[in-house]
Design a protein around this ligand. Structure first.
Ligand code: M6R
Length: 619
């Protein structure tokens, strides 16, 4: 039997409030914004004038909200949690907050406490009674065991005993006027209000209440009281913090009229591309400037190889990045899945650059690969979408993708902006090393500037794609084919399709079909063939003929103006022509829409596909 650890390894959302409002409604509204972090169970603990009260239940946040609507908890201090199971199956008992024997302490936790079994054994021998299968519950019992009358110093003592990754928030019945929170390898943000303070796993949960926020540093402890927030290091020494003002529109983190976050995020891509390019092209538009990389030409010349390390969609962007960097800068690049990379012993010279890509900046495997590389003394460049994320904080150099908050589990605009960041990097390296000439650089830069408008044009084909997706959604399989860079996009198209439609989808380099997969091609099975790589055009057509000869239903996606392709496939979707090099930016939007509409047609929960969560913050 599979154990929970290592299989159900996701993240959770934490919310905390102290002030004059009823905590219940603030906690529910914050948790609602954090549900993308996990949604198998939820709970709140509220301290008021009476005893600490806890309500929790398995299922979506709505189930908890229903319970609380029927029996509201009165109180102005509270912590809440939305869970994705790691230790212990989703159940009422395993839902957070967790309490100890006397129910005087409540704890919510995101992460994993690695030594919980030893701690539990010790606590059991001391007479503590456990009610859940979670690792988190040990924290509540440790608080009970060590409580000295001062919650802050007790938390300091408890965190000396626990090992692992955690963000914790704690309330105590005996000190109902405070919340103590601590961050170690799991994100936590505090928000400053007027006579009220907030705590959350992520900024959007706070934006209805405050825009003055502080992202806790590794090992930082925050004590929230109604009148303020005091921060301390692990030794209990006070720290000075400077809150920053969040300028995003709160709407930016909400659906804004679209049926799903995913659809909204697909449509945000032209803007996200524009924002990611902004400030990174020279004024006369003839080159790339990356002010965030203070690298000298000498330093760039020394880079002998680049290892790109990432997971899922970010890994697929990395594959395109390899093609771009190798072609434009002639630096050899390897691309690896972080969960594999971190456990092998890669051959690194002192001059190998490690490039990690992560939308969230919190993916545990990517972060571990980053840390390994740093431990070897290698320079790490990160491409991430989240300012202040662990990856952004720990890398030597950071390129932010300005996609804005991505809420849907299926990554869309983050991928497109990762591509843009990688193209910018490739041009920047090529230009610094003088591998590419000035004329070619300005052609590339000029073409990049046209991509947002072209993407807008692609999105206008959504109604056609919806119809095709509806027809495909009745099939149990789909095959995505491409050659060269098109194959890398096919991989991302297939991931998107299976992730949200739950239809079996496979991507193949089209030339490889005859080595096995062709056996699966049967009459009418959907095949999506990407055909934008000019040098491989004839080869791609002949691969399409191979599947057509087996009576597959072939949807071709090709350049506008390609009349030839229509003779070989059942249906064509045209995308505006750009340089073959930038084809992924054009191809990915129809593939995202195809997956989206197939998911809708099958009645799936598009934004929260089963068994998945937005970021995988533990192994
Ligand atoms: O936040 P990250 O980019 O590090 O996340 C990596 C993957 O977990 C992520 O891309 C995942 O594959 C997406 N859900 C795919 O849509």
């Amino acid at each position: 039997m599979l154990t929970w650890m290592g299989v159900w390894a996701f993240m959770c959302g934490i919310m905390g409030y102290i002030g004059d409002r009823q905590a219940q409604s603030v906690l529910l509204s914050g948790l609602n914004k954090l549900e993308y972090r996990g949604y198998d169970s939820a709970g709140v603990a509220i301290a008021g004038d009476a005893e600490l009260q806890v309500e929790k239940s398995v299922g979506r946040l709505a189930v908890l909200a229903d319970h609380l609507a029927m029996s509201p908890i009165v109180g102005k201090v509270g912590i809440g949690h939305t869970r994705w199971a790691t230790h212990g199956r989703p159940s009422d008992e395993n839902a957070h907050p967790h309490t100890a024997c006397d129910r005087e302490f409540a704890v919510v936790h995101n992460g994993i406490i690695e030594n919980y079994l030893q701690l539990k054994e010790h606590l059991l021998s001391r007479g503590h009674r456990f009610t859940s299968e979670t690792d988190t519950e040990v924290v509540a019992h440790l608080l009970e065991e060590y409580f000295t009358g001062d919650l802050f110093s007790t938390v300091l003592r408890v965190i000396k005993e626990i090992r692992g990754a955690y963000a914790l928030a704690v309330v105590a019945e005996k000190e109902p006027e405070k919340i103590v929170a601590v961050r170690k390898h799991s994100p936590l943000v505090v928000g400053f209000g007027d006579g009220e303070q907030f705590l959350a796993s992520d900024i959007p949960a706070l934006l209805d209440y405050t825009r003055e926020v502080h992202i806790l540093a590794e090992g930082e402890i925050a004590v929230l009281t109604k009148d303020g927030i005091a921060c301390y290091d692990l030794a209990g020494e006070p720290m000075t913090v400077e809150p920053f003002f969040v300028t995003w529109d709160a709407q930016a983190a909400e659906k804004g009229g679209y049926a799903h976050y995913m659809l909204k995020e697909i449509y945000e891509q032209p803007k996200a591309v524009r924002d990611t390019l902004s400030g990174r092209l020279t004024e006369e538009g003839r080159g790339v400037v990356l002010p965030e990389l203070a690298w000298t030409v000498e330093e760039i010349k020394k880079i002998d190889r680049i290892h790109i390390v990432a997971c899922g969609t970010s890994y697929h962007a990395g594959l395109v990045g390899k093609a771009a960097i190798e072609q434009l800068a002639r630096i050899p690049v390897d691309v690896e899945v972080a969960s594999e990379y971190r456990y092998r012993d890669p051959i690194l010279s002192a001059d190998t650059l490690i490039l990690v890509i992560s939308q969230s900046g919190e993916t545990a495997d990517t972060l571990a690969a980053l840390r390994n590389a740093k431990a070897c003394g290698n320079r790490v460049l990160a491409i991430t979408n989240v300012v202040g994320s662990s990856v952004a904080r720990e890398a030597d150099d950071v390129m932010i993708t300005w996609a804005g908050p991505e809420i849907s589990v299926a990554s869309t605009k983050a991928y497109t902006t990762q591509l843009i960041a990688l193209y910018l990097l490739a041009i920047y390296l090529g230009q610094s090393l003088q591998v590419i000439d000035a004329v070619f650089i300005s052609e590339l830069v000029h073409e990049m500037q046209t991509l947002p408008q072209k993407l807008d044009d692609v999105l206008e084909t959504a109604p056609q794609i919806e119809k095709i997706a509806q027809a495909f959604s009745t099939w149990d399989d789909a095959f995505f084919l491409g050659r060269g860079i098109d194959y890398f996009v096919a991989l991302e198209g297939a991931l998107k399709y299976k992730e949200i439609s739950y239809i079996h989808a496979e991507a193949y380099p089209a030339g490889e079909l005859k080595h096995g997969t062709l056996a699966l091609i049967v009459e009418q099975v959907p095949v999506i063939a990407l055909v934008t790589q000019d040098v491989l055009y004839e080869k791609s057509l002949s691969n399409i003929k191979e599947v057509k000869a087996r009576d597959a239903y072939v949807l071709g996606i090709a350049w506008a103006g390609d009349d030839e392709i229509a003779k070989s496939v059942d249906r064509v979707l045209y995308v505006p022509r750009t340089m073959s090099f930038f084809a992924p930016v054009m191809l990915i939007a129809p593939l995202q829409l195809l997956a989206y509409y197939a998911s809708v047609a099958r009645g799936n929960d598009v934004d929260k596909p089963r068994n998945l969560a937005k970021s995988v913050t533990v192994e």
